[in-house]
Design a binder for this molecule. Structure first.
Ligand code: SF4
Ligand code: SF4
Length: 429
């Protein structure tokens, strides 16, 4: 049965399907995490949802409850014996699943900040991702995330950007901005991907990427066979869609003979291809995966991109999946220090940054908007303390979250794309 075939029964959530999925996704690593939690509560202080609400339901460890309940009742050592003598946790219920829907979707951006402070190093973000697969099996995936995932499956992108729309928009951007944007070259060393958020809402980012690729002198192309870098299969918990999206990018890169796949300004897209793709496909990727900031930093270090200086006071929001969970915090600093003469770090920053509030698919959920805006107050206070005129990021999803939240909070600092800024500073721009 595919994920999409799972659904609520006429009596409510399909509890048995959720239990079966929780059991299936609890491998030895996850089991070790579930056994390791010592209920110390330290993760509470790390989570933006708990920080702004002080509501105990938002303590990160609480998000482990449904999967832990199923694991301890059905799969842990001596589970059968404990069940027989009444020492196992009670069976998971429809009420449990309904109650945890908001905790596993609306209020976890999978930012991984809780793991940094957890003395046991428990990867709660990944376990939330696995738990979402069980919620989908129960028929409790949020409608807007389910729709985005189905759009990705049937149309090629969560925003419905088909290959034809991609081709039309690339032609328009190339003409309007007088920039060469190759699409469907037969062979290329580098496959560049994009997020439909950029193409539909921030098309200047696509132009900026093209300018940077051209200025670097590499042999690159977009491909209509694999272009969408976002992976709403992973975000929603639809594991079959997750695999399809990875297969499309991998197939396009293999068809081109590409040695490198570039992920655009999108945090979770980077994590999906860089860290999850090989495991989901069940084989190593025959190319390297670089976030656009890693690529640009490499080109700057190699002396291939010459940049003019910019004097505006700017600060940088680290996308969680690029910095803390991606390991590329320093690449952004390499870029910023190459052109920004007044770059101001906010506190905390880098791997300890606060999330924008919209990662993990939370941006796409209408039900999460009020909480998302509340959480953004942490960011506005951080930025205001720096006195910076602009807040820069390298994730279109962060940018969209922050652009929407700033309107809701009546906050007026400019929010910019790192790739667009750096392209504007090219010496021949
Ligand atoms: S991953 Fe982030 S949002 Fe999710 S529980 Fe941990 S700190 Fe909170
Ligand atoms: S910090 Fe780690 S060990 Fe402590 S309650 Fe949170 S998840 Fe459990």
């Amino acid at each position: 049965m595919t994920d999409s075939a799972s659904a609520k029964t006429s009596d409510g959530p399909n509890v048995q399907a959720a239990i079966d999925k929780f059991i299936a996704v609890t491998g030895s690593q996850v089991a070790a995490y579930l056994d390791a939690c010592i209920h110390c509560g330290q993760c509470a202080q790390a989570c933006h949802f708990h920080e702004v609400t002080h509501d105990p339901k938002y303590v990160p460890a609480n998000k482990l409850v449904p999967i832990t309940k199923v694991y301890k009742r059905h799969k842990a050592p001596f589970a059968a014996l404990k069940r027989a003598i009444g020492l196992a946790p009670a069976e998971l219920t429809a009420d449990d699943l309904t109650e945890w829907q908001e905790l596993l979707y609306d209020s976890c951006t999978m930012c991984g900040r809780c793991t940094v402070v957890c003395p046991m190093g428990i990867d709660i973000a990944s376990i939330v991702g696995l738990s979402r697969q069980a919620m989908v099996a129960a028929g409790l995936g949020p409608a807007d995330l389910m729709e985005a995932a189905e759009n990705a499956r049937t149309k090629g992108s969560p925003l419905g950007m088909t290959a034809q729309v991609l081709s039309d928009r690339i032609e328009w951007l190339a003409d309007d901005f007088e920039v060469e944007i190759p699409l469907d070259k037969k062979k290329a060393d580098v496959l560049v991907t994009l997020s439909s958020i950029e193409m539909m809402k921030y098309p200047d980012s696509v132009v900026a990427m093209a300018r940077l690729m051209n200025a670097s002198g590499v042999d690159w192309t977009f491909s209509s066979h694999g272009y969408e870098a976002t992976n709403f299969g992973i975000l929603s918990g639809k594991s079959d869609v997750a695999k399809i999206m990875i297969e499309r990018l991998t197939g396009a890169a293999e068809e081109l003979g590409a040695k490198t796949v570039i992920i655009p300004e999108c945090g979770h897209a980077y994590g999906a291809m860089r860290w999850s793709a090989a495991g989901i496909l069940g084989r190593p990727l025959p190319f390297e995966v670089l976030h656009i900031t890693e690529f640009v930093a490499q080109q700057i270090k190699a002396g291939k991109l010459k940049l003019k200086k910019m004097g505006d006071a700017i600060t940088y929001h680290d996308p969680c999946q690029v910095s803390r969970r991606g390991g590329a915090a320093e690449d952004a600093r390499t870029i910023l220090n190459a052109f920004a003469s007044d770059f101001r770090e906010m506190e905390p920053t880098g791997n300890n940054n606060w999330c924008c509030g919209g990662g993990g698919g939370v941006q796409a959920m209408a039900s999460a908007s009020d909480l998302r805006h509340k959480v953004f107050r942490i960011k506005t206070e951080q930025v205001d303390k720096t006195g910076a005129q602009s807040l820069v990021s390298a994730c279109a999803n962060c940018r969209l979250t922050m652009d929407e939240s700033k309107v809701a909070l009546d906050w007026h600092t400019d929010i910019k794309s790192l790739v667009e800024l750096v392209a504007d500073q090219l010496e021949d721009a």
